[in-house]
Ligand binder design. Structure first.
Ligand code: 3HC
Ligand code: NAI
Length: 688
């Protein structure tokens, strides 16, 4: 064994040299890994090795470039230097893949002559998720191996494929079981049978598929999903270059487009966001080694909209669920919805028919809360009613075993008040899922004053296990996400009273990058939630809308009118009249509200509220606020989230406008956050 650099060593197994990389946690391509690879190949050849295997220690093959090196001066050797040496190597190089071969990692593997992988390995080019494109030849080599269509979908989605699929597309040459032994055997066979040392750069046959029509159709197919993002289109342009240019010219085009993205605003926002999500899972005052409770079974109370979706998360992760309702009908309905969702997934091919049955088989329906006596965690998802929740938590306290975590899915209520009815407030926590709970990635984990470290650590770890992005928040009305949403809603409603139209407000947010604005969202949810005709007194726009039979999308009439067949929405002058008449009756002067004012009042009010949330310690860091808004409310990730976006605008500018609206609009929520004011003065950032 010879150490080449701090993270790379050379070993020998007969005629085969093994270059072994050990750069925890994910074997990223830090400069010492690049140096180790380059010198390792040269040394192995000098030492007379007949073949080389590149293998990684730890949990994964190389998971990409070292993102922490982005933004600092590049250190030699470059990734391209390493690739040149590998591709020109006179003896076969075999990449032996386990875990994830991602980004620069896959681009290294594409410069080996052969690739073997264990069946659980995944291979992909996720750069698009960082607002980038694969900048080390990946865009030119991948289509030459897997074909143009497959490369386009892998690169623009960033989603890795499994080893079996990779083998079907020629990206993996052999699936192996014992990675090291089998890779060495494979290398020996390549030598014994004198397999060719062909480089991927010389293979052009799969590029013929790339007709102009194929690119046109592909662009149309991703247009909706990638609206506003630069990187997907840039990835497509690179594949076009692979088809239309010679290899070297294609590489040059890739480099040019890569640099444009790398120095642009979207990629810096998306790179920031990558680390923001990972930071969110770390809790400063809960030590990393806090012992966690073992959650093997979960109970859920309420099989309504949220309870059913929450149950699916646990079932998907192989955790059996007991779901309890108060009436058989509601239980049957809840179960039927879960089954229907699973069957839809099976129809789409994302799970198998057996998966549907095995997941449903892990779900135990019941009408009896005492069935929670053996579970390790209970999640309550009944109506949003404090008295009801208090009664139920007192019952959980009597039924559940010691140590069982008692969680509430409340979207705004005080977890401390709920905890206080139990004899074990240390076991009580909020788990605020977002609707649809089986789809939305965000989980706000709400810590009460007395919630124990073990319960917090367990819930954060469990969130990761069920594939959620968790953010720990403190108790206040609406926590982080809804509290900021309430403020935005107040501004939206106020502006339509002053003369903006619902369609204008929605359009401004849509153009900013949100999937929809507040009025379209209200129509989708239904305007009559919580509204009763008997008690309605024409005292708000919503009451007036409901009174005039406008219930939202469900009856085709809300803030917009909806086409019965296509569901396409059109603004409605009748709605504008209802609003105007009401506003004039309230003595509100009508005026034209500019798009810029709409944007600033919607978003600066949220930034100010976000800063107050940090002031109060409800969120631990600015980046946590961003993670909540990107994952839970569709804030466009390419602006980083509200806090990062405010930093990009410039805090002095944001503060000056907040002061302006404090004077002109004057509502409580425009009172300037002291933190925001201080940071603006000191040149600080909200997102750091
Ligand atoms: N560079 C630096 N650090 C990285 C990293 C990378 N490429 N990928 C992950 N890490 C760090 C994380 O920040 C985290 O650090 P922490 O423990 O201090 O918070 C640690 O590794 C573990 O990461 P995860 O918590 O995400 O671990 P998981 O096991 O859940 O996931 C993973 C592992 C699938 C590899 C995931 O980390 C991931 O997707 N990483 C990013 C992969 C990627 O985007 N690669 C492309 C990079 S860009 C590139 O290669 C450009 C090239 O084309 C030139
Ligand atoms: P829902 O009305 O769809 O479902 C509630 C279910 O609880 C019903 O099926 C009802 O029969 C059942 N239930 C009521 N009392 C019960 C009892 N004593 N014992 C057993 N079951 C009982 O309500 P939804 O939307 O699922 O909301 C549940 C909770 O989740 C609420 O606290 C809500 O604020 C919160 N929430 C809701 C979101 C949403 O978008 N719907 C989003 C995030 C949180």
């Amino acid at each position: 064994m010879t150490a080449i650099t701090e993270s790379v060593r050379l070993e020998r197994d007969g005629d085969v040299a093994l270059i072994i990389i050990d750069n925890p946690p994910v074997n990223a391509l830090s400069y010492h890994v690049r140096e180790g690879l380059l010198n390792g190949v040269n040394s192995a050849v000098e030492d007379g090795a007949k073949a080389i295997v590149v293998l990684c220690e730890g949990r994964t093959f190389i998971a990409g470039a070292d993102i922490t090196e982005f933004g600092s001066a590049p250190k030699d050797p470059s990734l391209q230097d390493v690739q040149t040496v590998m591709e020109g190597c006179p003896v076969p190089i075999v990449a032996a893949i386990h875990g994830t071969a991602l980004g620069g990692g896959l681009e290294i593997a594409l410069c080996a002559h052969y690739r073997v992988a264990v069946a659980t390995a995944k291979l992909g080019l996720p750069e698009v998720k960082l607002g980038l494109l694969p900048g080390a030849g990946g865009t030119q080599r991948l289509p030459r191996v897997v074909g143009v269509s497959k490369a386009l979908s892998m690169m623009t989605s960033g989603v890795p494929i499994g080893a079996t699929e990779a083998a079907e597309h020629g990206l993996v040459d052999e699936i192996v079981t014992d990675l090291r032994t089998d890779a060495v055997a494979f290398a020996n066979k390549a030598v014994a049978e004198a397999w060719p040392l062909s480089a991927i750069r010389d293979r052009n046959e799969k590029l013929a598929e790339g007709t102009p029509e194929l690119f046109e159709e592909f662009r149309a197919s991703i247009a909706r999903k990638t609206r506003g993002f630069m990187a997907p289109e840039y990835n497509v342009r690179c594949v076009e270059a692979a088809v239309n240019l010679e290899f070297e010219a294609g590489l040059a085009r890739e480099r040019e487009l890569f640099m444009e993205l790398m120095t642009g605003p979207q990629s810096s926002a998306q790179q920031y966001y990558f680390f923001a999500e990972r930071a969110a899972n770390k809790v400063a005052d809960v030590p990393r080694d806090t012992p966690k409770l073992d959650i093997q079974t979960v109970g859920i109370l309420g099989a309504g909209t949220m309870g059913g979706g929450i149950a699916m998360n646990f079932l998907n992760a192989g955790i059996p669920v007991t779901i309890v309702e108060r009436e058989q009908d509601a239980l049957d309905r809840g179960l039927a919805v879960i089954r229907k969702n699973y069957e839809r997934s099976a129809k789409r091919g994302s799970i198998s028919a057996e998966d549907v049955e095995s997941r449903m088989g892990m779900l135990k329906p019941s009408l009896d809360k005492t069935d929670f006596s053996t579970v390790d965690m209970v999640v309550e998802a009944v109506f949003e009613d404090m008295d009801l929740k208090k009664t139920l938590f007192a019952e959980f306290d009597a039924i559940c075993k010691p140590g069982c975590i008692l969680a509430s899915n409340t979207s705004a209520l005080d977890i401390n008040v709920i905890a206080a009815v139990t004899s074990r407030p240390e076991s009580v926590i909020g788990t605020h899922f977002f609707s649809p709970a089986n789809v939305m990635k965000l989980l706000e984990v709400v810590r009460g004053d007395k919630t124990s470290d073990a319960v917090i650590a367990t819930t954060m770890a469990l969130a990761k296990k069920i594939n959620k992005v968790a953010v720990l928040v403190g108790v206040c009305h609406g926590f982080v996400g809804n509290r900021m949403l309430f403020v935005r809603r107040l501004e939206a409603d106020q502006m339509v009273l002053e003369g903006a139209t619902p369609a204008q407000v929605d359009r401004v947010l849509y153009d900013f990058g949100f999937p929809m604005g507040p009025f379209a969202m209200s129509d989708l949810a239904g305007l009559d939630i919580g509204w009763k005709a008997e008690t309605s007194t024409s005292s708000s726009i919503r009451e007036l809308m409901c009174e005039s039979g406008r219930r939202g999308q469900k009856n085709g009439r809300g803030y917009y009118t909806y086409d019965a067949e296509t569901r396409a929405s059109t603004p409605d002058t009748e709605v504008e009249d209802i609003i105007k008449t009401f506003a004039v009756g309230q003595g509100i002067e009508q005026r034209e509200v500019s798009d810029q004012e709409v944007l600033e009042r919607l978003l600066y009010s949220m930034v100010n509220e976000g800063a107050r949330i940090i002031d109060e310690g409800i969120a631990a860091r600015g980046s946590d606020v961003d993670v909540v808004w990107v994952n839970g409310y569709g804030w466009p990730v390419y602006t980083g989230g509200p806090m990062f976006w405010a930093d990009s605008v410039g805090l002095p500018e944001v503060v000056s406008q907040i002061k302006h609206y404090q004077e002109t609009v004057g509502a409580d929520h425009w009172a300037l956050s002291p933190l925001l004011e201080r940071l603006a003065t000191e040149g600080g950032r909200l997102s750091s």
